[in-house]
Design a protein around this ligand. Structure first.
Ligand SMILES: NC(=O)c1ccc[n+]([C@@H]2O[C@H](COP(=O)([O-])OP(=O)(O)OC[C@H]3O[C@@H](n4cnc5c(N)ncnc54)[C@H](OP(=O)(O)O)[C@@H]3O)[C@@H](O)[C@H]2O)c1
Length: 227
């Protein structure tokens, strides 16, 4: 049995991940997003929570999660925000929201839930980053603030893997290429990505379940092309 926490499970890749992982009856899933996911699955619980508030509500969040899980085997930091705007057109609030949701919130969520991760035998944290934040990838106008927030998430993955080694907690990061979701359609109307959420979710789910047996602290590009 695996206790699995997924952020941003209400739509897109996160929702597809929940649908995939809930098929295995031995999994117990907790979803964090602002909107609750409507599901018939008996092994899925939704916690409506705004991750932009995590620094003010970490004790509440810990309480909610620990009421459901005595330990966390898999944590997938999937919630994210993309605002496609040129470097100089962005407002401070927009830049801040991306930096916070894409970098600070997942890092602080891990910090908040560390006691529950420590109780698992060999837990795996998977941080969902982007090809835009992958060193040496092609860069695009309008994505400076988004890509750099995702690069920060990738970088802290490497650092956390070292810090958590004594607890046998593995932390890896997936730098995803384009996937057909609401986020992509809002940012790039009309663009058709080569990957559907269910395909990417299948890969992420299998990675989350077993990749930490052979890797830790890695940042892995997951793309058919660049991006
Ligand atoms: N789609 C792509 O092409 C692509 C490429 C590379 C990387 N990624 C990354 O993959 C992840 C999933 O992307 P996606 O395309 O599936 O995005 P999406 O369709 O926009 O879904 C984002 C999810 O994050 C949740 N979320 C947003 N703000 C939140 C907040 N303040 N508190 C809690 N949850 C929040 C949303 O739920 P609520 O609105 O209900 O809160 C939603 O479930 C993101 O980290 C994204 O950066 C996506």
């Amino acid at each position: 049995m695996a206790n699995i926490l997924i952020t941003g499970g209400s739509r897109g890749i996160g929702k597809a991940l929940v649908e995939h992982l809930a098929q295995e009856a031995q999994n117990k899933l907790l979803i964090i997003s602002r909107t609750s996911l409507t599901t018939q699955a008996h092994n899925v619980k939704c916690l409506s929570f705004d991750l932009m508030q995590i620094h003010q509500q970490e004790e509440y969040l810990y309480q909610q999660v620990s009421d459901y899980f005595d330990a966390i085997d898999i944590l997938i930091n999937n919630a994210g925000l993309l605002i496609n705007k040129n470097f100089e057109a962005i407002t401070f609030d927009e830049a801040y929201r991306m930096a916070y949701l894409n970098y600070m919130a997942p890092a602080w969520l891990i910090r908040t839930l560390l006691p529950l991760l420590k109780r698992a035998t060999h837990p795996h944290v998977v941080n969902i980053s982007s090809m835009g934040g992958f060193q040496g990838s092609s860069k695009y106008k309008g994505l400076s603030w988004y890509s750099s927030s995702k690069a920060a998430l990738a970088s802290i993955t490497e650092c956390m893997a070292v810090e958590f080694a004594p607890y046998n907690i593995a932390v890896n990061c997936l730098a995803l290429g384009a996937v057909n979701t609401e986020m992509l359609q809002q940012a790039f109307p009309g663009y058709q990505a080569p990957i559907e959420p269910a395909q990417m979710a299948r890969f992420i789910a299998n990675f989350a379940k077993s990749a930490h047996e052979v890797m830790n602290g890695k940042i892995i590009p997951i793309a058919l092309s660049n991006p």
